[in-house]
Ligand binder design. Structure first.
Ligand code: ATP
Ligand code: MG
Length: 296
């Protein structure tokens, strides 16, 4: 039995912290994947639960190995969790293989959870590929129609639509509208990969209207896991924003502010020699003294 319900969960979540689930891969360096999701949920007042789809051997420089969990054991984790714990929102990240994507889709269809944020993770910030062609097709066909919010970066939007990578805000708008035709209720095309020194805008589409969500670009190379963190923050915040149509835009804006603040504080951490993590606990930990390199 799946212990969740669309109608009741938002109301219950007002009285108690929401239980939020991440279904994703592990990042030993802690900046992306399951580890980033658990930090994000915890920082934003949600109780974190997790189902692991794959182990990666990874640091801030590169992914050197991927070891996928057998699909039936992904399903066993999902069933053990949901037979006991009420799930108020789900974030889906790295799915690793087509059979894992299908196992997750089967479970999501039966679980009927109101808020499902899908981050179609395909390529790590280091440039390493995390999803094969069969898995992309399973993601497109089985997972996208179940998403309340789909959060592709620019290369992922290009792959899902089978066309050139969007390179301007106008192309991001067009991509968001076309991705909405594949089934997700909202699409957030992320502008982290835009060639802009001033801004990092995202576009949010509800299938009809497209809204630009502006943010200043933070001058830092500590962008490992920004996408994982943004999608996890949306999943953590959605149950607190209710079920009205305005819930998604307001949760997305709050999630983007959280990511921007984490990027601005990332120089306070000292993690690895490549693309470091953002600071998930920037609002909770004592401020570190300013060093000579202000932006990492
Ligand atoms: N330097 C930056 N300054 C401000 N915001 C940024 C910056 N880089 C990325 N972002 C924001 O971070 C969020 C994630 O976008 P991004 O395109 O980096 O995702 P991603 O490529 O999926 O990340 P990853 O896969 O590494 O986790 C978006 O809201 C984007 O606008
Ligand atoms: Mg990503």
């Amino acid at each position: 039995m799946v212990a969740s319900s669309a109608g009741g969960s938002a109301a219950r979540a007002l009285a108690r912290p929401p239980n939020v689930l991440t279904i994703a891969g592990s990042d030993p360096s802690g900046g992306a994947g399951i580890q980033a999701d658990i930090k994000t949920f915890s920082a934003l007042g949600a109780y974190a639960t997790s189902v692991i789809t794959a182990l990666t051997a990874q640091n801030t420089l590169a992914v050197t190995g991927v070891h996928a969990v057998p699909p039936e054991f992904v399903r066993a984790q999902l069933d053990a969790l949901s037979s006991d714990v009420r799930i108020d929102a789900v974030k889906v990240g790295m799915l690793a293989s087509a059979p894992i994507a299908c196992a997750v889709a089967d479970w999501l269809e039966a679980a009927d959870i109101h808020s499902v944020v899908v981050d179609p993770v395909m390529i790590a910030k280091s440039g390493d590929r995390l999803l094969d062609a069969d898995a992309v097709e399973a993601l497109r066909r089985r997972i996208l129609p179940l998403a309340s919010v789909l959060t592709p970066n620019l290369p992922e939007a290009g792959v899902l639509l089978g066309r050139a990578v969007p390179a301007t805000v106008d192309q991001m708008r067009e991509a968001a509208l076309d991705l909405a035709l594949l089934g997700p209720r909202h699409v957030l095309v992320k502008g982290g990969h835009l060639r802009s020194e001033d801004s990092s805008p995202d576009v949010l589409c509800d299938g009809r209207e497209v809204t630009l969500i502006e943010a200043e670009r933070v001058a830092t190379r500590n962008t490992h896991g920004t996408g994982c963190t943004l999608s996890a923050a949306i999943a953590a915040l959605l149950p607190r924003h209710g079920t009205a149509p305005s819930a998604v835009p307001s949760a997305v804006r709050a999630a983007k502010s959280y990511v921007s603040a984490g990027l601005r504080a990332s120089h306070e951490l000292e993690v690895g020699s490549g693309r470091g993590p953002l600071h998930h606990f920037h609002a909770l930990w004592p401020r570190a003294p300013q060093t000579s390199t202000p932006n990492g």
